[in-house]
Design a protein. Structure first.
Length: 226
């Protein structure tokens, strides 16, 4: 069975734990996460063994991921990123609130900024999991679970919004107008995936506009940091 290794900061555990549970419902894969999957007394050896045996690495990028400790050579997240890059593992970024790796990272992990990312927003968590699962399948790391009768799905948290046609479109258009290109693109992609169509706007054109704006905003941000 294919194996996915999860790299994350402890402070991101609530998000990461929920992510692992939801991915496990969608994918035929073994997901390794150190809070529940350590099978050896030697922590360091176990972590590295599981990472090296993995078919892909998911890096959860939250507000804590690239804090100051990332510049310490013995920082575990840095070591995991470095190992994944050295072994040329597929490294997928899970970008909470659209966060990306900053500039100025240590040379041994700076190439993480070139990896593909999937954006996540708390109020649209489920569509984010769907996008991530589809991407993992697309790159050949795992397969979707067979279409046996689904088990009852618990209701989404009260603070999670549905992708509900016109209301979501209006929110995406408002985000686009105010320059929040990443989140606008996320919503346009989710609408398209849900099969929503409109007589008044073309989702593909709006998505392309949002993606272009997001790329330009990222370039400006990196130029300012440099």
């Amino acid at each position: 069975m294919p194996k996915i290794f999860i790299s994350y900061r402890r402070k991101s555990w609530p998000f990461t734990d929920r992510l692992v549970d939801e991915l496990a419902k969608r994918l035929e894969t073994d997901i390794f996460i150190d809070r529940t999957s350590i099978d050896q007394a030697d922590f360091e050896r176990a972590i590295l063994k599981h990472l090296r045996a993995s078919d892909a690495v998911l890096l959860v990028i939250s507000e804590y991921t690239f804090e100051d400790r990332i510049h310490r050579d013995d920082d575990w997240v840095r070591r995991e990123i470095r190992e994944a890059l050295t072994l040329q593992k597929p490294l997928i970024l899970v970008c909470v609130e659209g966060r990306l790796p900053p500039s100025g990272l240590p040379d041994d992990i700076k190439d993480v900024a070139r990896m593909q990312g999937i954006n996540f927003y708390p109020e649209y968590f489920t569509p984010g999991v769907d996008k991530l699962a589809d991407f993992i399948v697309k790159i050949g790391v795992a397969h979707l679970r067979s279409s046996s009768p689904p088990s009852p799905t618990p209701p989404s948290p009260a603070d999670e919004k549905p992708i509900s046609g016109r209301a979501t479109l209006d929110e995406a258009l408002d985000l686009l107008e105010h320059g929040d290109f990443n989140k606008a693109a996320f919503l346009f992609e989710s609408l398209r995936a849900s099969g929503y169509t409109s007589r008044y706007v073309k989702l593909d054109e709006l998505l392309e506009h949002a993606q272009t704006g997001a790329a330009q905003a990222d370039l400006r941000q990196r130029a300012q940091q440099d």
